[in-house]
Design a protein around this ligand. Structure first.
Ligand SMILES: *[C@@H]1O[C@H](CO)[C@@H](O)[C@H](O)[C@H]1NC(C)=O
Ligand SMILES: *[C@@H]1O[C@H](CO)[C@@H](O)[C@H](O)[C@H]1NC(C)=O
Ligand SMILES: *[C@@H]1O[C@H](CO)[C@@H](O)[C@H](O)[C@H]1NC(C)=O
Ligand SMILES: *[C@@H]1O[C@H](CO)[C@@H](O)[C@H](O)[C@H]1NC(C)=O
Ligand SMILES: *[C@@H]1O[C@H](CO)[C@@H](O)[C@H](O)[C@H]1NC(C)=O
Ligand SMILES: *[C@@H]1O[C@H](CO)[C@@H](O)[C@H](O)[C@H]1NC(C)=O
Ligand SMILES: [Zn+2]
Length: 505
Protein backbone atom coordinates (compact mmCIF):
# COMPACT_ATOMS: atom_id res chain seq x y z
CA UNK A 1 0.00 0.00 0.00
CA UNK A 2 2.79 2.40 0.98
CA UNK A 3 4.69 1.45 -2.16
CA UNK A 4 1.67 2.03 -4.36
CA UNK A 5 1.26 5.41 -2.75
CA UNK A 6 4.88 6.19 -3.57
CA UNK A 7 4.32 5.20 -7.20
CA UNK A 8 1.27 7.39 -7.51
CA UNK A 9 3.25 10.29 -6.02
CA UNK A 10 5.90 9.72 -8.64
CA UNK A 11 3.25 9.68 -11.38
CA UNK A 12 1.76 12.98 -10.21
CA UNK A 13 5.20 14.53 -10.02
CA UNK A 14 6.01 13.39 -13.59
CA UNK A 15 2.78 14.86 -14.84
CA UNK A 16 3.48 18.13 -13.08
CA UNK A 17 6.98 18.28 -14.45
CA UNK A 18 5.64 17.56 -17.93
CA UNK A 19 3.33 20.58 -17.77
CA UNK A 20 6.08 22.57 -16.18
CA UNK A 21 8.45 22.00 -19.05
CA UNK A 22 5.89 22.43 -21.84
CA UNK A 23 6.43 25.81 -23.39
CA UNK A 24 6.82 28.27 -20.54
CA UNK A 25 10.36 29.43 -19.85
CA UNK A 26 9.52 30.68 -16.35
CA UNK A 27 8.11 27.89 -14.17
CA UNK A 28 4.47 28.39 -13.29
CA UNK A 29 4.17 29.33 -9.56
CA UNK A 30 1.01 27.23 -9.21
CA UNK A 31 2.82 24.16 -10.42
CA UNK A 32 5.70 24.97 -8.11
CA UNK A 33 3.24 25.18 -5.23
CA UNK A 34 1.71 21.86 -6.29
CA UNK A 35 5.12 20.18 -6.19
CA UNK A 36 5.84 21.63 -2.75
CA UNK A 37 2.49 20.37 -1.47
CA UNK A 38 3.14 16.98 -3.00
CA UNK A 39 6.42 16.62 -1.11
CA UNK A 40 4.84 17.83 2.12
CA UNK A 41 2.11 15.23 1.80
CA UNK A 42 4.72 12.47 1.50
CA UNK A 43 6.45 13.18 4.83
CA UNK A 44 5.74 11.55 8.19
CA UNK A 45 2.32 12.87 9.18
CA UNK A 46 1.77 14.38 5.73
CA UNK A 47 -1.53 12.53 5.30
CA UNK A 48 -2.76 13.25 8.80
CA UNK A 49 -6.14 14.98 8.88
CA UNK A 50 -6.06 17.65 11.59
CA UNK A 51 -9.00 19.08 13.53
CA UNK A 52 -9.31 22.80 14.31
CA UNK A 53 -7.58 22.62 17.68
CA UNK A 54 -4.69 20.66 16.16
CA UNK A 55 -4.37 23.24 13.39
CA UNK A 56 -4.25 26.00 15.98
CA UNK A 57 -1.55 24.21 17.93
CA UNK A 58 0.32 23.64 14.68
CA UNK A 59 0.34 27.35 13.86
CA UNK A 60 1.68 28.04 17.33
CA UNK A 61 4.35 25.34 16.94
CA UNK A 62 5.35 26.71 13.55
CA UNK A 63 6.01 30.13 15.04
CA UNK A 64 8.02 28.65 17.89
CA UNK A 65 10.07 26.61 15.46
CA UNK A 66 10.86 29.57 13.26
CA UNK A 67 12.16 31.43 16.29
CA UNK A 68 14.17 28.41 17.40
CA UNK A 69 15.81 27.98 14.00
CA UNK A 70 16.92 31.63 13.99
CA UNK A 71 18.98 31.09 17.15
CA UNK A 72 22.73 31.53 16.76
CA UNK A 73 23.30 28.64 19.19
CA UNK A 74 20.92 26.22 17.49
CA UNK A 75 20.85 23.17 19.81
CA UNK A 76 20.52 20.40 17.17
CA UNK A 77 23.72 21.65 15.51
CA UNK A 78 25.63 21.11 18.77
CA UNK A 79 26.73 18.10 20.79
CA UNK A 80 23.91 17.15 23.15
CA UNK A 81 26.13 17.56 26.22
CA UNK A 82 26.58 21.21 25.33
CA UNK A 83 23.04 21.68 24.04
CA UNK A 84 21.15 20.17 26.98
CA UNK A 85 20.84 23.34 29.07
CA UNK A 86 19.67 25.26 25.98
CA UNK A 87 17.10 22.62 25.11
CA UNK A 88 15.75 22.81 28.66
CA UNK A 89 14.83 26.45 28.14
CA UNK A 90 13.17 25.85 24.75
CA UNK A 91 9.38 26.34 24.68
CA UNK A 92 9.15 23.55 22.07
CA UNK A 93 10.86 21.22 24.51
CA UNK A 94 8.36 22.04 27.27
CA UNK A 95 5.55 21.29 24.87
CA UNK A 96 7.15 17.99 23.85
CA UNK A 97 7.47 17.03 27.51
CA UNK A 98 3.74 17.48 27.98
CA UNK A 99 2.88 15.68 24.74
CA UNK A 100 1.65 12.08 25.09
CA UNK A 101 4.36 10.32 23.11
CA UNK A 102 2.94 6.80 23.14
CA UNK A 103 5.53 4.06 23.67
CA UNK A 104 9.31 3.94 24.08
CA UNK A 105 10.31 0.95 22.00
CA UNK A 106 14.12 1.00 22.21
CA UNK A 107 15.36 1.34 25.80
CA UNK A 108 17.97 -0.74 27.63
CA UNK A 109 17.45 -2.17 31.10
CA UNK A 110 20.20 -0.41 33.08
CA UNK A 111 20.27 3.00 31.45
CA UNK A 112 16.69 4.06 32.12
CA UNK A 113 17.07 6.55 34.92
CA UNK A 114 19.15 9.51 36.01
CA UNK A 115 22.35 8.19 37.61
CA UNK A 116 21.93 10.70 40.42
CA UNK A 117 19.34 8.34 41.85
CA UNK A 118 21.89 5.50 41.85
CA UNK A 119 24.37 7.64 43.76
CA UNK A 120 22.03 9.44 46.15
CA UNK A 121 19.70 6.57 46.85
CA UNK A 122 21.42 3.26 46.07
CA UNK A 123 25.03 3.83 47.16
CA UNK A 124 23.79 5.18 50.50
CA UNK A 125 22.08 1.89 51.35
CA UNK A 126 23.79 -0.30 53.97
CA UNK A 127 26.25 -3.09 53.01
CA UNK A 128 27.45 -1.31 49.87
CA UNK A 129 31.12 -1.96 49.07
CA UNK A 130 33.26 -0.18 46.48
CA UNK A 131 36.62 -1.02 44.86
CA UNK A 132 38.83 1.03 42.54
CA UNK A 133 40.13 -0.61 39.35
CA UNK A 134 43.66 -0.28 37.89
CA UNK A 135 42.34 1.97 35.16
CA UNK A 136 40.37 4.50 37.22
CA UNK A 137 36.98 2.88 37.17
CA UNK A 138 34.98 1.52 40.10
CA UNK A 139 32.99 -1.60 40.98
CA UNK A 140 30.28 -2.20 43.58
CA UNK A 141 28.83 -5.09 45.52
CA UNK A 142 26.28 -5.45 48.32
CA UNK A 143 27.22 -8.12 50.81
CA UNK A 144 26.43 -9.12 54.36
CA UNK A 145 30.03 -10.31 54.78
CA UNK A 146 33.35 -8.88 53.62
CA UNK A 147 33.34 -9.77 49.87
CA UNK A 148 36.10 -11.70 48.08
CA UNK A 149 38.55 -9.49 46.16
CA UNK A 150 38.30 -9.34 42.35
CA UNK A 151 41.20 -9.03 39.85
CA UNK A 152 42.51 -5.59 38.87
CA UNK A 153 40.60 -3.91 41.67
CA UNK A 154 41.62 -2.54 45.10
CA UNK A 155 40.42 -4.18 48.32
CA UNK A 156 36.67 -3.74 48.90
CA UNK A 157 35.80 -0.80 51.16
CA UNK A 158 32.48 -0.30 52.84
CA UNK A 159 31.20 2.96 51.34
CA UNK A 160 29.70 3.97 54.66
CA UNK A 161 33.17 3.86 56.26
CA UNK A 162 34.80 5.60 53.33
CA UNK A 163 32.28 8.41 53.49
CA UNK A 164 32.75 8.73 57.26
CA UNK A 165 36.49 9.24 56.69
CA UNK A 166 35.97 11.72 53.83
CA UNK A 167 35.77 15.39 54.84
CA UNK A 168 33.55 16.45 51.96
CA UNK A 169 31.63 13.65 50.27
CA UNK A 170 30.41 15.83 47.40
CA UNK A 171 33.56 15.17 45.37
CA UNK A 172 33.38 11.42 46.01
CA UNK A 173 29.73 11.30 44.96
CA UNK A 174 30.58 13.37 41.93
CA UNK A 175 33.31 10.99 40.86
CA UNK A 176 31.01 7.99 41.38
CA UNK A 177 28.39 9.68 39.22
CA UNK A 178 31.00 10.43 36.56
CA UNK A 179 31.76 6.71 36.33
CA UNK A 180 28.12 5.73 35.77
CA UNK A 181 27.38 7.95 32.76
CA UNK A 182 29.06 9.33 29.65
CA UNK A 183 27.67 12.78 30.35
CA UNK A 184 30.33 15.35 31.17
CA UNK A 185 30.56 19.13 31.63
CA UNK A 186 33.96 19.08 29.88
CA UNK A 187 34.30 19.40 26.13
CA UNK A 188 32.85 16.13 24.77
CA UNK A 189 35.02 16.21 21.64
CA UNK A 190 38.16 16.26 23.80
CA UNK A 191 36.98 13.64 26.29
CA UNK A 192 35.70 11.33 23.54
CA UNK A 193 37.95 11.85 20.51
CA UNK A 194 36.97 8.60 18.74
CA UNK A 195 34.31 5.88 18.54
CA UNK A 196 36.73 3.45 20.23
CA UNK A 197 37.22 5.74 23.21
CA UNK A 198 33.54 6.51 23.67
CA UNK A 199 32.51 2.84 23.36
CA UNK A 200 35.18 1.77 25.82
CA UNK A 201 33.95 4.32 28.38
CA UNK A 202 30.37 3.23 27.63
CA UNK A 203 31.20 -0.38 28.47
CA UNK A 204 33.15 0.64 31.58
CA UNK A 205 30.12 2.56 32.82
CA UNK A 206 27.99 -0.60 32.54
CA UNK A 207 30.57 -2.60 34.51
CA UNK A 208 30.62 0.16 37.12
CA UNK A 209 26.86 0.13 37.72
CA UNK A 210 26.51 -3.65 37.36
CA UNK A 211 26.97 -4.53 41.04
CA UNK A 212 24.41 -1.90 42.04
CA UNK A 213 21.58 -2.79 39.70
CA UNK A 214 21.88 -6.59 39.89
CA UNK A 215 21.32 -6.55 43.66
CA UNK A 216 17.76 -7.88 44.04
CA UNK A 217 16.21 -5.02 46.08
CA UNK A 218 17.82 -2.42 43.79
CA UNK A 219 16.84 -4.38 40.65
CA UNK A 220 13.19 -4.04 41.67
CA UNK A 221 13.39 -0.41 42.73
CA UNK A 222 15.40 0.55 39.65
CA UNK A 223 12.74 -0.77 37.31
CA UNK A 224 9.89 0.83 39.23
CA UNK A 225 11.81 4.13 39.30
CA UNK A 226 12.52 3.74 35.56
CA UNK A 227 8.83 3.31 34.77
CA UNK A 228 8.15 6.37 36.93
CA UNK A 229 10.59 8.53 34.96
CA UNK A 230 9.12 7.47 31.62
CA UNK A 231 5.58 7.91 32.91
CA UNK A 232 6.42 11.45 34.06
CA UNK A 233 7.65 12.18 30.55
CA UNK A 234 4.18 11.23 29.29
CA UNK A 235 5.06 7.83 27.92
CA UNK A 236 2.39 5.19 28.38
CA UNK A 237 4.13 2.03 27.23
CA UNK A 238 7.62 0.56 27.20
CA UNK A 239 9.49 -2.20 25.41
CA UNK A 240 12.61 -2.84 27.41
CA UNK A 241 15.65 -4.67 26.06
CA UNK A 242 16.82 -6.66 29.06
CA UNK A 243 19.80 -8.95 29.62
CA UNK A 244 17.99 -10.80 32.44
CA UNK A 245 21.31 -11.20 34.28
CA UNK A 246 21.93 -13.22 37.40
CA UNK A 247 20.42 -11.23 40.27
CA UNK A 248 21.99 -11.61 43.74
CA UNK A 249 20.93 -11.26 47.36
CA UNK A 250 22.89 -9.94 50.32
CA UNK A 251 23.94 -13.47 51.36
CA UNK A 252 25.37 -14.16 47.88
CA UNK A 253 22.54 -16.43 46.71
CA UNK A 254 21.37 -15.82 43.13
CA UNK A 255 18.29 -15.90 40.90
CA UNK A 256 17.99 -17.03 37.28
CA UNK A 257 16.54 -15.48 34.12
CA UNK A 258 13.00 -16.68 34.74
CA UNK A 259 13.09 -14.98 38.14
CA UNK A 260 14.24 -11.71 36.59
CA UNK A 261 11.53 -11.88 33.92
CA UNK A 262 8.87 -12.70 36.50
CA UNK A 263 10.05 -9.79 38.61
CA UNK A 264 9.69 -7.45 35.62
CA UNK A 265 6.17 -8.79 35.15
CA UNK A 266 5.19 -8.31 38.79
CA UNK A 267 6.56 -4.79 38.97
CA UNK A 268 4.93 -3.82 35.69
CA UNK A 269 1.60 -5.02 37.11
CA UNK A 270 2.16 -3.13 40.33
CA UNK A 271 3.10 0.05 38.47
CA UNK A 272 0.10 -0.20 36.15
CA UNK A 273 -2.18 -0.72 39.15
CA UNK A 274 -0.69 2.39 40.78
CA UNK A 275 -0.97 4.38 37.51
CA UNK A 276 -4.10 3.29 35.61
CA UNK A 277 -3.35 5.50 32.59
CA UNK A 278 -0.08 3.66 32.04
CA UNK A 279 -0.63 0.88 29.53
CA UNK A 280 2.18 -1.52 30.41
CA UNK A 281 5.58 -2.84 29.38
CA UNK A 282 7.08 -5.82 27.59
CA UNK A 283 10.57 -7.27 27.63
CA UNK A 284 12.88 -8.04 24.72
CA UNK A 285 15.42 -10.54 26.03
CA UNK A 286 18.94 -9.63 24.88
CA UNK A 287 22.37 -11.23 24.83
CA UNK A 288 25.76 -9.65 24.14
CA UNK A 289 26.89 -10.18 20.54
CA UNK A 290 30.39 -11.02 21.78
CA UNK A 291 29.36 -14.62 22.62
CA UNK A 292 30.25 -17.52 20.30
CA UNK A 293 27.88 -19.67 18.23
CA UNK A 294 27.72 -22.44 20.84
CA UNK A 295 26.72 -20.07 23.59
CA UNK A 296 24.21 -18.37 21.27
CA UNK A 297 22.49 -21.70 20.53
CA UNK A 298 21.97 -22.23 24.24
CA UNK A 299 20.68 -18.70 24.72
CA UNK A 300 18.21 -18.97 21.83
CA UNK A 301 16.92 -22.20 23.35
CA UNK A 302 16.47 -20.41 26.67
CA UNK A 303 14.73 -17.56 24.86
CA UNK A 304 12.25 -19.98 23.27
CA UNK A 305 11.46 -21.46 26.68
CA UNK A 306 10.96 -18.03 28.24
CA UNK A 307 8.77 -16.96 25.32
CA UNK A 308 6.61 -20.04 25.87
CA UNK A 309 6.42 -19.62 29.66
CA UNK A 310 5.92 -15.84 29.76
CA UNK A 311 4.04 -14.95 26.56
CA UNK A 312 2.44 -11.83 28.07
CA UNK A 313 5.54 -10.03 29.27
CA UNK A 314 8.08 -11.33 26.78
CA UNK A 315 8.11 -9.64 23.37
CA UNK A 316 11.07 -11.37 21.75
CA UNK A 317 14.82 -11.48 21.35
CA UNK A 318 17.78 -9.27 20.33
CA UNK A 319 21.59 -8.98 20.41
CA UNK A 320 23.33 -6.03 22.07
CA UNK A 321 26.81 -4.51 22.24
CA UNK A 322 28.82 -2.58 19.68
CA UNK A 323 28.10 -3.95 16.21
CA UNK A 324 31.49 -2.93 14.84
CA UNK A 325 33.43 -5.08 17.30
CA UNK A 326 30.85 -7.80 17.95
CA UNK A 327 29.91 -10.70 15.75
CA UNK A 328 27.58 -10.10 12.80
CA UNK A 329 24.11 -11.67 12.60
CA UNK A 330 25.23 -13.93 9.77
CA UNK A 331 27.74 -15.61 12.08
CA UNK A 332 24.79 -16.63 14.30
CA UNK A 333 22.50 -17.73 11.46
CA UNK A 334 22.17 -21.36 12.64
CA UNK A 335 21.22 -20.42 16.17
CA UNK A 336 18.84 -17.69 14.97
CA UNK A 337 17.10 -20.11 12.60
CA UNK A 338 16.29 -22.59 15.38
CA UNK A 339 12.87 -21.11 16.22
CA UNK A 340 11.60 -21.27 12.62
CA UNK A 341 13.05 -24.77 12.18
CA UNK A 342 11.19 -25.95 15.26
CA UNK A 343 8.03 -24.07 14.37
CA UNK A 344 8.33 -22.01 17.56
CA UNK A 345 7.48 -18.30 17.77
CA UNK A 346 10.34 -16.05 18.85
CA UNK A 347 10.02 -12.55 17.38
CA UNK A 348 13.30 -10.74 16.68
CA UNK A 349 14.02 -7.05 17.27
CA UNK A 350 17.54 -6.77 15.95
CA UNK A 351 19.91 -3.86 16.36
CA UNK A 352 21.27 -3.40 12.84
CA UNK A 353 23.09 -0.76 10.87
CA UNK A 354 24.36 1.16 13.93
CA UNK A 355 27.57 1.69 12.02
CA UNK A 356 29.42 3.79 9.51
CA UNK A 357 31.64 0.92 8.35
CA UNK A 358 30.21 0.89 4.85
CA UNK A 359 30.47 -2.32 2.90
CA UNK A 360 31.88 -4.48 5.70
CA UNK A 361 30.46 -7.70 7.12
CA UNK A 362 28.92 -5.62 9.95
CA UNK A 363 27.25 -3.31 7.45
CA UNK A 364 25.50 -6.44 6.12
CA UNK A 365 23.53 -6.78 9.37
CA UNK A 366 20.64 -4.74 7.98
CA UNK A 367 19.88 -7.15 5.16
CA UNK A 368 20.52 -10.15 7.40
CA UNK A 369 18.14 -8.79 10.04
CA UNK A 370 15.43 -8.61 7.37
CA UNK A 371 16.29 -12.08 6.07
CA UNK A 372 15.83 -13.35 9.61
CA UNK A 373 12.37 -11.70 9.68
CA UNK A 374 13.13 -9.05 12.26
CA UNK A 375 10.00 -7.25 13.56
CA UNK A 376 11.78 -3.91 13.83
CA UNK A 377 15.27 -2.53 13.19
CA UNK A 378 17.20 -1.00 16.09
CA UNK A 379 18.87 2.21 14.84
CA UNK A 380 19.12 1.40 11.12
CA UNK A 381 21.54 4.31 10.87
CA UNK A 382 23.04 2.84 7.68
CA UNK A 383 19.67 2.16 6.02
CA UNK A 384 19.99 4.86 3.36
CA UNK A 385 23.03 3.12 1.94
CA UNK A 386 21.02 -0.09 1.45
CA UNK A 387 18.24 0.55 -1.04
CA UNK A 388 17.06 -3.06 -0.94
CA UNK A 389 16.90 -3.16 2.84
CA UNK A 390 15.15 0.19 2.86
CA UNK A 391 12.57 -1.02 0.37
CA UNK A 392 11.98 -4.29 2.26
CA UNK A 393 11.65 -2.44 5.55
CA UNK A 394 9.01 -0.17 4.05
CA UNK A 395 7.12 -2.94 2.25
CA UNK A 396 7.00 -5.22 5.28
CA UNK A 397 6.29 -2.41 7.76
CA UNK A 398 9.47 -3.16 9.69
CA UNK A 399 9.87 0.09 11.60
CA UNK A 400 13.24 1.70 12.26
CA UNK A 401 13.87 2.69 15.88
CA UNK A 402 15.66 6.02 15.52
CA UNK A 403 17.68 7.11 18.59
CA UNK A 404 19.17 10.51 17.66
CA UNK A 405 21.11 11.41 20.81
CA UNK A 406 22.64 7.95 21.06
CA UNK A 407 23.87 8.21 17.46
CA UNK A 408 25.42 11.59 18.17
CA UNK A 409 27.10 10.68 21.47
CA UNK A 410 28.45 7.45 19.95
CA UNK A 411 29.85 9.53 17.13
CA UNK A 412 27.91 8.51 14.03
CA UNK A 413 26.65 12.05 13.37
CA UNK A 414 27.63 15.52 14.60
CA UNK A 415 24.95 17.92 13.43
CA UNK A 416 21.45 16.45 13.88
CA UNK A 417 20.28 18.20 10.73
CA UNK A 418 22.41 15.67 8.85
CA UNK A 419 20.94 12.62 10.53
CA UNK A 420 19.90 10.02 7.91
CA UNK A 421 16.45 9.71 9.48
CA UNK A 422 15.72 13.14 7.96
CA UNK A 423 15.42 11.36 4.62
CA UNK A 424 13.33 8.56 6.12
CA UNK A 425 10.91 11.06 7.65
CA UNK A 426 10.64 13.02 4.42
CA UNK A 427 9.09 9.93 2.80
CA UNK A 428 7.10 8.64 5.78
CA UNK A 429 9.24 5.55 6.17
CA UNK A 430 7.99 3.56 9.18
CA UNK A 431 9.99 5.05 12.06
CA UNK A 432 9.67 5.47 15.81
CA UNK A 433 11.75 7.76 18.02
CA UNK A 434 13.49 6.33 21.06
CA UNK A 435 16.31 7.14 23.47
CA UNK A 436 18.35 3.90 23.75
CA UNK A 437 20.30 4.60 26.98
CA UNK A 438 19.09 7.98 28.22
CA UNK A 439 20.92 7.79 31.57
CA UNK A 440 24.25 7.27 29.81
CA UNK A 441 23.72 10.36 27.68
CA UNK A 442 22.41 12.67 30.41
CA UNK A 443 18.94 12.57 28.87
CA UNK A 444 15.69 11.14 30.23
CA UNK A 445 12.47 9.68 28.86
CA UNK A 446 11.90 10.52 25.19
CA UNK A 447 11.45 14.29 25.11
CA UNK A 448 15.07 15.19 24.34
CA UNK A 449 15.15 12.75 21.45
CA UNK A 450 11.79 13.99 20.18
CA UNK A 451 13.23 17.50 20.30
CA UNK A 452 16.25 16.50 18.19
CA UNK A 453 14.03 14.66 15.73
CA UNK A 454 11.38 17.34 15.47
CA UNK A 455 13.55 20.47 15.49
CA UNK A 456 16.79 18.98 14.17
CA UNK A 457 16.18 16.58 11.34
CA UNK A 458 12.48 17.25 11.00
CA UNK A 459 13.34 20.77 9.89
CA UNK A 460 10.79 23.51 9.59
CA UNK A 461 8.45 21.26 7.61
CA UNK A 462 7.71 18.62 10.22
CA UNK A 463 4.59 19.65 12.07
CA UNK A 464 1.96 18.56 14.56
CA UNK A 465 0.91 15.84 12.09
CA UNK A 466 4.46 14.45 12.16
CA UNK A 467 4.46 14.36 15.96
CA UNK A 468 1.07 12.69 15.97
CA UNK A 469 2.14 10.07 13.48
CA UNK A 470 5.39 9.37 15.38
CA UNK A 471 3.44 8.82 18.60
CA UNK A 472 0.89 6.59 16.85
CA UNK A 473 3.70 4.66 15.14
CA UNK A 474 5.06 3.74 18.56
CA UNK A 475 1.86 1.81 19.23
CA UNK A 476 1.25 0.57 15.70
CA UNK A 477 4.77 -0.91 15.44
CA UNK A 478 4.89 -2.22 18.98
CA UNK A 479 4.78 -5.92 19.81
CA UNK A 480 1.26 -5.55 21.23
CA UNK A 481 -1.37 -7.68 19.49
CA UNK A 482 -4.03 -5.91 17.36
CA UNK A 483 -6.60 -5.89 20.14
CA UNK A 484 -4.16 -4.42 22.66
CA UNK A 485 -3.02 -1.87 20.11
CA UNK A 486 -6.58 -0.74 19.60
CA UNK A 487 -6.99 -0.30 23.33
CA UNK A 488 -3.67 1.51 23.69
CA UNK A 489 -4.49 3.81 20.77
CA UNK A 490 -7.83 4.72 22.32
CA UNK A 491 -6.12 5.52 25.63
CA UNK A 492 -3.46 7.53 23.81
CA UNK A 493 -6.09 9.42 21.75
CA UNK A 494 -7.89 10.57 24.90
CA UNK A 495 -4.65 11.90 26.34
CA UNK A 496 -3.72 13.48 22.99
CA UNK A 497 -7.03 15.33 22.68
CA UNK A 498 -6.61 16.66 26.19
CA UNK A 499 -3.05 17.77 25.43
CA UNK A 500 -4.15 19.55 22.24
CA UNK A 501 -7.09 21.31 23.88
CA UNK A 502 -4.88 22.46 26.78
CA UNK A 503 -2.15 23.84 24.54
CA UNK A 504 -3.92 25.20 21.46
CA UNK A 505 -4.46 28.92 21.71
C1 LIG B 1 15.29 5.15 47.71
O1 LIG B 1 14.35 4.62 46.81
C2 LIG B 1 13.38 3.80 47.43
C3 LIG B 1 12.55 3.15 46.36
O2 LIG B 1 12.31 3.98 45.27
C4 LIG B 1 12.54 4.65 48.38
O3 LIG B 1 11.57 3.85 49.01
C5 LIG B 1 13.46 5.26 49.40
O4 LIG B 1 12.74 6.13 50.24
C6 LIG B 1 14.61 6.02 48.77
N1 LIG B 1 15.55 6.41 49.77
C7 LIG B 1 16.15 7.59 49.76
C8 LIG B 1 17.13 7.82 50.88
O5 LIG B 1 15.95 8.45 48.93
C1 LIG C 1 40.01 -1.56 32.47
O1 LIG C 1 40.18 -2.73 33.21
C2 LIG C 1 39.18 -3.73 32.98
C3 LIG C 1 39.39 -4.83 33.99
O2 LIG C 1 40.70 -5.29 33.99
C4 LIG C 1 39.29 -4.18 31.53
O3 LIG C 1 38.30 -5.15 31.25
C5 LIG C 1 39.09 -2.99 30.62
O4 LIG C 1 39.27 -3.35 29.28
C6 LIG C 1 40.02 -1.84 30.98
N1 LIG C 1 39.59 -0.68 30.26
C7 LIG C 1 40.42 0.19 29.70
C8 LIG C 1 39.82 1.37 29.04
O5 LIG C 1 41.63 0.03 29.74
C1 LIG D 1 32.02 20.29 49.31
O1 LIG D 1 32.74 20.57 48.11
C2 LIG D 1 31.99 21.19 47.10
C3 LIG D 1 32.88 21.39 45.87
O2 LIG D 1 33.67 20.32 45.66
C4 LIG D 1 31.46 22.53 47.60
O3 LIG D 1 30.66 23.13 46.60
C5 LIG D 1 30.64 22.32 48.86
O4 LIG D 1 30.25 23.55 49.38
C6 LIG D 1 31.43 21.56 49.89
N1 LIG D 1 30.55 21.22 51.01
C7 LIG D 1 30.88 21.42 52.30
C8 LIG D 1 29.87 21.00 53.33
O5 LIG D 1 31.94 21.89 52.62
C1 LIG E 1 35.74 7.28 38.45
O1 LIG E 1 36.09 7.11 39.81
C2 LIG E 1 37.48 7.23 40.06
C3 LIG E 1 37.72 6.89 41.50
O2 LIG E 1 36.97 7.72 42.34
C4 LIG E 1 37.94 8.63 39.71
O3 LIG E 1 39.33 8.74 39.88
C5 LIG E 1 37.61 8.93 38.25
O4 LIG E 1 37.92 10.26 37.95
C6 LIG E 1 36.12 8.69 38.00
N1 LIG E 1 35.87 8.80 36.56
C7 LIG E 1 35.04 9.71 36.07
C8 LIG E 1 34.91 9.70 34.59
O5 LIG E 1 34.43 10.51 36.74
C1 LIG F 1 32.34 -20.55 23.51
O1 LIG F 1 32.38 -19.73 24.66
C2 LIG F 1 32.28 -20.45 25.86
C3 LIG F 1 32.14 -19.44 27.02
O2 LIG F 1 33.03 -18.38 26.87
C4 LIG F 1 33.51 -21.36 26.01
O3 LIG F 1 33.40 -22.11 27.21
C5 LIG F 1 33.54 -22.31 24.81
O4 LIG F 1 34.72 -23.07 24.87
C6 LIG F 1 33.50 -21.53 23.50
N1 LIG F 1 33.32 -22.47 22.41
C7 LIG F 1 34.04 -22.43 21.30
C8 LIG F 1 33.73 -23.45 20.28
O5 LIG F 1 34.89 -21.57 21.11
C1 LIG G 1 11.42 -15.79 7.42
O1 LIG G 1 10.13 -15.80 6.82
C2 LIG G 1 10.10 -16.52 5.61
C3 LIG G 1 8.73 -16.30 4.97
O2 LIG G 1 7.71 -16.48 5.89
C4 LIG G 1 10.38 -17.99 5.90
O3 LIG G 1 10.40 -18.72 4.70
C5 LIG G 1 11.75 -18.09 6.57
O4 LIG G 1 11.99 -19.43 6.96
C6 LIG G 1 11.83 -17.21 7.80
N1 LIG G 1 13.19 -17.25 8.32
C7 LIG G 1 13.50 -17.16 9.62
C8 LIG G 1 14.93 -17.31 10.00
O5 LIG G 1 12.65 -16.94 10.48
ZN1 LIG H 1 20.28 -0.10 21.73
Amino acid sequence: MAVQLQRSYAAVACLLLYYLSSGLSIPDPRQREALIQLELSMQTGGQMVLNDAEKQLDAHLFKMKQEEIMRADFPPAMHFFKARHLIRTSPIFSLLQKMPKGGALHIHDFAMIDVEWLVKNVTYRPHCYICFTDNQSIRFIFSSRSPKPIPHCSAWTLLENLRAKTVNTTDLDHSIMGNLTLFTDKDPETVYPSQDVVWSRFEQAFYALWGLVTYAPVFRDYYYQGLTEFYRDNIMYLELRALLPEIYELDGSTHNKAWALKTYQEITRQFTADHPDFFGARIIFTVHRGVNATVMTGVVEEAMTLQRDFPDIMAGFDLVGREDSGRPLWYFRDALSLPVERGVTLPFFFHAGETDLEGTEVDQNLLDALLLNTSRIGHGFALLRHPVARDLSRKRGVAVEVCPISNQVLKLVNDMRNHPAAALMSENHPVVISSDDPAMFGASGLSYDFYEAFVGFGGIRSNIGSLKELAMNSIRYSSLNPKQQEKALALWQRRWDKFVSENAF
